[in-house]
Design a protein around this ligand. Structure first.
Ligand code: PMP
Length: 432
């Protein structure tokens, strides 16, 4: 079946014709692109078109698609059984690798980033005996009720601020502060320090586009919650094993860490971890309930271990950072040459091309981007065979499978696409 046929059938089956909202391409005025196969840095749609891929399944595919070691590990694991509902050696192996690389004393596997953050909040509330959670505007931590308040990712993409169906009482348990705003955090803790269970944060925000943390913000996160008896939850679902092998290192004293994406090698995964006594509050050792039929699934564990093996071996991170730097420089040159009101922000192999002149420091700034121009740019890049996430607010993910030639191709496409998408040179627009 071709693209049109699949879309047509999907529309009748799934809301928006998709299983996750951003995939609908709504914010860029397009239609979902059904992918039938992928290899390395490329994906292929049902019409047989090839695209150079920077979506990377929204982050997990740091090694590219269908990496041979992961495919082989999966085949081997599948032949031994696809689920046991029991402890298995694959869990122990991946758990040991993750704890060794991150310094987490204990951890639990779950099936998604959402489950990891949801459990971390429950644990933090139980451990502190307090109810209030602080999150930052534009950070996305999955779709648990209490975290769908001024979240990034699809919520930002679709221009929503919250979700319907979240009880007011649940939303009231989440305070939302601006990212990178130390004085807002100080004021909050001055007024509500004794009621605050936890602060949850993306060490580098990746869901309002890539927004880097200021040093002062990181320092405040390391000190203020602790001084007030609150728990810091580092949401490293994107950044963990993406910026380097292990955690980002930006919040070394976080009490709980959430992981996902890269650690599952492209299969559904999440994890949370922390100190022994805190993690020991989870059932069955402690009173905080959490469970999962398919948690620690042997296929996921095998893919995750194969991925971490490949990442540990050699200079994978140096290579993707170098490729991403090349891309950053090329895009910045294209922006200058085209006199476009845009800027490029990069953190490791995460990148954003924001259609605003200055890198945003928070969600208010990120949301002032010219999303119409982004939509035209996105279309123009697709026309040139480059697949970007269909949202201004999702990062571009560079993978080990990209080559220098791929980056050159992308930069050439961007030169043309910026010209095509831009309403006109900045100077011209100002005069006009
Ligand atoms: N936290 C962060 C920082 C994320 O980027 C995401 C997903 N993009 C999540 C949590 C939720 O993960 P999942 O989609 O696997 O539930």
């Amino acid at each position: 079946m071709d693209n049109a046929g699949l879309r047509e059938q999907a529309r009748t089956l799934f809301p928006g014709g998709v299983s996750s909202p951003v995939r609908s391409f709504r914010s860029v005025g397009g239609e979902p692109i059904p992918i039938v196969r992928a290899a390395g840095a490329r994906v292929y749609d049902a019409d047989g078109r090839e695209y150079l891929d920077y979506v990377a399944a929204y982050g997990p595919l740091i090694l590219g698609h269908a990496h041979p070691a992961i495919v082989a590990a999966l085949a081997e694991a599948a032949a031994r059984g696809t689920a046991f509902g029991a402890l298995s050696p694959g869990e122990v192996e991946l758990g040991q690798r993750i704890c060794a690389a991150t310094g987490l004393e204990r951890m639990r596997f779950v099936n998604s980033g959402t489950e990891a953050t949801m459990t971390a909040l429950r644990l933090a509330r139980a451990a502190t005996g307090r109810d209030l959670i602080v999150k930052f505007e534009g950070c996305y931590h999955g779709h648990a009720d209490g975290l769908l308040v001024k979240a990034g990712s699809g919520i930002a993409t679709l221009g929503l601020s919250d979700s319907a169906g979240v009880p007011a009482a649940v939303a009231a348990g989440t305070a939302v502060l601006p990212y990178n705003d130390v004085s807002a955090l100080e004021t909050w803790f001055g007024q509500h320090g004794a009621e605050t269970a936890a602060v949850i944060v993306e060490p580098v925000a990746g869901n309002m586009g890539v927004v880097a943390p200021d040093d002062a913000f990181l320092e405040a996160l390391e000190t203020l919650p602790r001084a007030n008896g609150a728990i810091v939850i580092a949401d490293e679902v994107i950044t963990g094993f993406r910026l380097r092998y292990g955690l980002s290192g930006l919040l070394p004293n976080a009490d709980l860490v959430c992981l996902g994406k890269v650690i599952g090698g492209g299969l559904p995964v999440g994890a949370l971890g922390g100190r022994t006594e805190l993690m020991g509050q989870l059932a069955p050792e402690g009173p905080v309930y959490q469970a999962g039929t398919l948690s620690g699934n042997p296929l996921v564990m095998a893919a995750g271990s194969a991925a971490l093996d490949a990442l540990q071996d050699g200079n994978a991170y140096a290579r993707i950072d170098e490729l991403a730097r090349h891309l950053e420089n090329g895009l910045a040159a294209a922006v200058r040459r085209g006199q476009v009101d845009a800027c490029v922000v990069r953190s490791g192999s995460l990148l954003s091309l924001f259609f605003r002149g200055e890198p945003p420091r928070n969600y208010a700034e990120a949301s002032s981007c010219d999303t119409q121009t982004f939509a035209r740019f996105h279309r123009a890049m697709l026309d040139r065979g480059v697949m970007l996430a269909p949202s201004q607010y999702e990062a571009w993910f560079v993978s080990v499978a990209h080559s220098e030639a791929d980056i050159d191709l992308t930069v050439r496409a961007a030169h043309e696409a910026l010209r095509e998408a831009s309403p006109g040179p900045i100077a011209g627009r100002r005069v006009g």
